[in-house]
Design a protein around this ligand. Sequence first.
Ligand code: SAM
Length: 219
Amino acid sequence: TSVEDWARSDRYHNSFLHADDAVLDNALTHSTENGLPEIAVSAAQGKFLNLLASSIGAKRILEVGTLGGYSTIWLARALPADGELISLELSQKHAKVAQRNIEHAGLSSKVKIIVGPAHDSMVEMKPDTLFDFIFIDADKPGNTNYFIQAKRLVRKGGIIIVDNVVRYGRVADPSSSDANVEGVRALLKAVKGDTEVDATTIGTVGDKGYDGFMYAIRK
Ligand code: SAM
């Protein structure tokens, strides 16, 4: 099987399970038109994040890595009227595109983007109001540091998801050693034996290729 087969499979399933969504389509088009890379989660993954956040009744969500706000919109849609999502993004340009997409989605009252290095923003956050759900999807070498901060900022029983932890199986391939692969390996080493979380990796395959999420629960 190839990426084309995986993409066809996603389209097939989505045709039964997803309604047409001009707002999300617009977010992707507007991002591409502004030169953002096409590295947002897939529609099926976005909806999966939305369903996970809904299933725990998440009221406060933290996202690390906004890009054009595509996953932000999926996640913010899971929030109740008084819910809040904070999204951290390094690039002023990405944040500007995301802000417009979020406005277009009617979600600006619930979403706040903080521009700057995500780790600095996380370190500055006081854990007085903890998050229910944290989605880590920024630079992969930063994964372990983001995860350590996420553990501090998530409530007990809350969820931490880390994207792109399989990378076409390269993370497990000893002949692969780029910085992204090493970033995931370092995270896995840090989580091994960590008594504050319980975690698993869920491999995913679809129109974004062969990858996976780490799903962790804060104990
Ligand atoms: N979550 C987005 C989605 O699915 O729609 C995709 C995020 S994209 C994979 C990663 C983003 O992280 C990029 O927009 C990049 O600019 C941002 N990023 C990279 N390094 C960062 C850092 N140190 N702090 C905050 N954001 C960073």
